[in-house]
Design a protein around this ligand. Structure first.
Ligand code: MIC
Ligand code: SF4
Length: 641
C-alpha cells in the first residue's frame, strides 16, 4: 500500500511501535527549536538530565517572545539561554533576529526531516515538507539529549486544493476556510496533508502560513509536498543542497479528505474569541476598527509585507486606527529597507516594531477598552491581547492593510489597487545574528539570574487520592486561560511560584488562592481542554498548586502530554453526563488509582459529596503508565538511569 508524505517521514524515523493510527510510536528527532518563553525551562530540564552535548543534527534557540526588557528578568533569561546553548552545542539566534518559525524556515528547515519545537506553531516547517511538531519543553529537552519523541500514530487528512487564489485572497484565507470546516478540535490525532493541483500555485511562505495555523486545528502537524517550488525557495536561501523531493505515493490511502477550491475563496476573518469562528469579511460588514497589527509567525514573510507595503504606498493610516507592523525576521526587515518598501510603511504612519512576536503574545500594543483589533496572527483567545474586553479578528495581511486605510473592516478585493509581488530569486543572506556553539564545552560558564527558581517535581503516585474539586470550567479551555502570557507575566516563565498567582485568573480570580488553601485538588474540564500554546507552564503551575488530576471530556494533544510529563493525570469522562453532576467543592476520591492503571484504562472515581461512583478513562501506553506512577517524566528518567 502506498504512503502519504507524513507516513514516509515517520517510517524513516520510526524507533518503536507500529504505524497503526491510535497506537503510540516513538520517532527520532533530527532538529529542535526553542524560544525564550519556553526555552529557559527546557534548558533547565536539559541540564538536569546531565547530557553534555546535544545529539541532534541541529538545535537552535531563538529569542523572540520576551523581548520587552522592563526589568532584569528577560535579559537575565536571555543571557542564561545564550550561555547554556554555547556550552551544550545549540545555535543561538539573538534578539532582533526575528521569530523562531520564520527564521527556521528561512535558514535551517529541511524537507524530509523531523523537527520538534517547544512552541505550538513549529508545524510552520511543514511548508517545506518537514514533519515539524510542537511539544512541551521537557519533550524537547529529551530530544536534544538524543531521546526519541512519543506520539500517537496520527490519522492522515488529505486537503485537496483545486483552482487558484484570486488577487487579494491569500493563504490566510485558505487556512481560515479549513478551520471553518474542521473547527479547533477537528485536527486532534491527525496530520493534515495538502495535495492537488492548487499546491503548485502556492509559494513556500504561503504554504507555511497554512501549516502554521494547523496548530489551531489541534493537529499533530500539517505538511506540504516538497516540489520544484520548495527547491526554488531553498535555492533563493542559498541552500539548494538541503532540497529533496517528497510526494505522496499515487496509491496513498488517507483517512479523511476535504476539498478547498481556491478559486472560490473570498477574504475571511476569524471573529472573537476563537480561530474557527470564521465568516466572510464582506458578510461581517464594515465594523469600525481601532487597531491593526501585522506580523507574527503566521504572516510576516517578505511576500506578506511587500503586499502590505504596496497597498499602503502613498496612503495614510486612518486617523482612528493604530497600525503596527513587525517583520518576521531580520532578513525580511533588511530586504524591505533596501528596496524602499520600509519607507512606504513608515510614510503611511505605521508603527514599526522590532522583529519579534510582540503583540501576538501580549508584549505591548494591547487594544483600548472594548477595542476592535484586526490582526494577521493565529490566535484571538479572550484576554490574550492584554485587554480582556477587546474583540480580536484574525485576518490576512491584505484585509489588514486595506482596513488600516479605511478605518473599517474592509474586503480588500473591493479596493482598486493593482498589486503584484513576486518571490525574490535571491534572499538577502546574513546569518551574523546566529551564534554558533563552542567547540569544547568545558570552559563556558553558564550564567543564571536571580529570577530562575527551581521547577516543581511531583511525588510518586499513591494508591488513593482524596481531594476536592477546586475548579470547574467549560469547553475549549486554552493554555492561555490556564497560564496567561503578556508583558507583565511572561518575564516570570522561570519563576513558577510567582506565576502561580495568575493561574486561571481569566476564568476565576480566586482559583490560585483556593487551590493553595485546600492543598491542591481536582480540575473538571469540558471538551478539548488545554488547546493552544505548548507552554508546559500550564501543567507545571497546576502541579505547584497541588493539582492531582484534570478530569475532562477530552484533551488537546500537547497539553495532555505535558500533564502526564509532570505527573498530573489527564482522565476523560466515559459518560459525559457525569460532567454535569460534579460541582465546585465536591469531594472526589480515586480509591484505587495505581491498581486501576495497572489493570487497564478504566479509573474508578467516587463523588463523596454527591454519594455516587462513576468511571473515567485514561488510555496509556505501558511507558506512560510507568511515567504516571513515578510522578512524571523527570522522575521516571531518573529511576531508569
Ligand atoms: C503562543 O503563541 O502562545 C506561544 C507563546 O508561542 C506559545 C509558547 C509559549 O507559551 O511560550 C506556543 O504557541 O506554544
Ligand atoms: Fe510568537 Fe505569536 Fe507565533 Fe506564538 S503564535 S510563536 S507568540 S508569533
Amino acid at each position: 500500500m502506498g504512503m502519504t508524505i507524513a507516513q514516509k517521514i515517520i517510517k524513516k524515523h520510526l524507533v518503536s511501535g507500529e504505524m497503526i493510527p491510535g497506537q503510540e510510536i516513538a520517532i527520532r528527532i533530527d532538529q529542535t527549536l526553542t524560544q525564550d518563553a519556553t526555552g529557559t525551562m527546557a534548558y533547565l530540564q536539559f541540564e538536569a538530565m546531565g547530557v553534555s552535548r546535544v545529539k541532534t543534527e541541529k538545535s537552535v534557540a531563538y529569542i523572540d517572545h520576551n523581548t520587552l526588557q522592563s526589568g532584569f528578568e528577560n535579559a537575565d533569561d536571555h543571557r542564561y539561554i545564550k550561555t547554556v546553548c554555547k556550552k551544550h552545542g545549540v545555535y543561538y539566534s539573538r534578539p532582533g533576529n526575528g521569530i523562531c518559525h520564520q527564521i527556521h524556515l528561512e535558514r535551517f528547515g529541511k524537507p524530509g526531516k523531523t523537527l520538534l519545537g517547544s512552541d505550538s506553531h513549529t508545524p510552520t516547517g511543514g511548508g517545506i515538507g518537514m514533519l515539524a511538531m510542537g511539544a512541551g519543553g521537557l519533550d524537547v529537552a529529551v530530544a536534544m539529549g538524543g531521546g526519541e519523541y512519543y506520539i500517537v500514530m496520527p490519522k492522515i487528512v488529505k486537503v485537496n486544493l483545486i483552482g487558484k487564489l484570486n488577487p487579494f485572497v491569500s493563504a490566510k484565507d485558505v487556512i481560515l476556510e479549513v478551520l471553518r470546516q474542521l473547527t479547533v478540535k477537528g485536527g486532534v490525532g491527525k496530520v493534515i496533508e495538502y495535495f492537488g493541483e492548487g499546491v503548485k500555485t502556492l509559494s513556500v511562505p504561503e504554504r507555511a502560513t497554512i501549516t502554521n495555523m494547523g496548530a489551531e486545528l489541534g493537529a499533530t502537524t500539517s505538511v506540504f509536498p516538497s516540489d520544484e517550488i520548495t527547491r526554488e525557495f531553498l535555492k533563493a536561501q542559498d541552500r539548494e543542497e538541503d532540497f529533496i523531493e517528497l510526494y505522496p505515493d499515487e496509491d496513498a490511502v488517507y483517512d479523511e479528505e476535504i476539498t478547498v477550491n481556491l478559486s472560490n475563496l473570498k477574504p475571511l476573518a476569524a471573529k472573537p474569541h476563537s480561530p474557527d469562528n470564521v465568516e466572510q469579511v464582506e458578510m461581517i460588514g464594515k465594523i469600525k476598527v481601532d487597531q491593526v497589527c501585522i506580523g507574527s509567525c503566521t504572516n510576516s514573510s517578505y511576500m506578506d509585507l511587500m503586499k502590505v507595503a504596496k497597498i499602503l504606498k502613498g496612503k495614510t493610516v486612518h486617523p482612528d486606527v493604530s497600525l503596527s507592523i513587525a517583520p518576521g525576521s531580520k532578513q525580511v526587515y533588511n530586504m524591505l529597507a533596501l528596496n524602499g518598501a520600509l519607507a512606504d510603511l513608515i510614510a503611511c504612519g505605521a508603527r514599526i516594531l522590532e522583529c519579534a512576536c510582540g503583540p501576538c503574545i501580549g508584549m505591548g500594543q494591547s487594544p483600548n477598552s472594548k477595542g476592535i483589533s484586526l490582526r494577521t496572527f493565529n490566535r484571538n483567545f479572550e484576554g490574550r491581547s492584554g485587554t480582556k474586553d477587546a474583540g480580536i479578528y484574525l485576518v490576512s495581511p491584505e484585509t489588514a492593510a486595506a482596513s488600516a486605510i479605511t478605518g473599517v473592516l474592509t474586503d480588500p478585493t473591493t479596493l482598486d489597487i493593482p498589486i503584484s509581488v513576486s518571490m525574490p530569486e535571491k534572499f538577502l543572506i546574513n546569518d551574523n545574528m546566529i551564534d554558533a556553539p563552542a567547540e569544547e564545552n568545558n570552559d563556558v560558564e553558564v550564567l543564571r539570574g536571580p529570577n530562575i527558581k527551581p521547577f516543581p517535581i511531583n511525588e510518586k503516585l499513591s494508591e488513593s487520592i482524596d481531594k476536592n474539586v477546586v475548579l470547574k470550567v467549560g469547553d475549549n479551555i486554552t493554555t492561555d486561560h490556564i497560564m496567561p502570557a503578556g508583558s507583565k507575566i511572561l518575564p516570570y516563565r522561570s519563576n513558577i511560584p510567582y506565576l502561580s498567582k495568575f493561574c486561571f485568573a481569566v476564568c476565576d480570580e480566586e482559583f490560585s488562592e483556593r487551590a493553595k488553601e485546600q492543598g491542591g485538588g481536582f480540575i473538571i474540564g469540558g471538551q478539548n481542554y488545554g488547546q493552544g500554546s505548548s507552554r508546559e507552564h500550564a501543567a507545571l503551575v497546576p502541579l505547584y498548586l497541588g493539582i492531582k488530576a484534570v478530569i475532562a471530556k477530552s484533551f488537546a494533544r500537547i497539553h495532555r502530554a505535558n500533564l502526564f510529563n509532570s505527573g498530573i493525570m489527564a482522565i476523560e469522562f466515559i459518560d459525559e453526563s457525569d460532567y454535569d453532576k460534579i460541582d465546585l467543592g465536591d469531594n472526589i476520591i480515586l480509591p484505587s488509582i495505581i491498581s486501576d492503571i495497572e489493570n487497564g484504562n478504566e479509573i474508578t472515581i467516587e463523588n463523596k459529596t454527591k454519594g455516587y461512583t462513576f468511571k473515567g478513562r485514561m488510555e496509556l501506553s505501558d511507558r506512560q503508565k510507568e511515567i504516571v506512577k513515578a510522578g512524571g517524566l523527570l522522575n521516571y528518567t531518573k529511576n531508569n538511569n
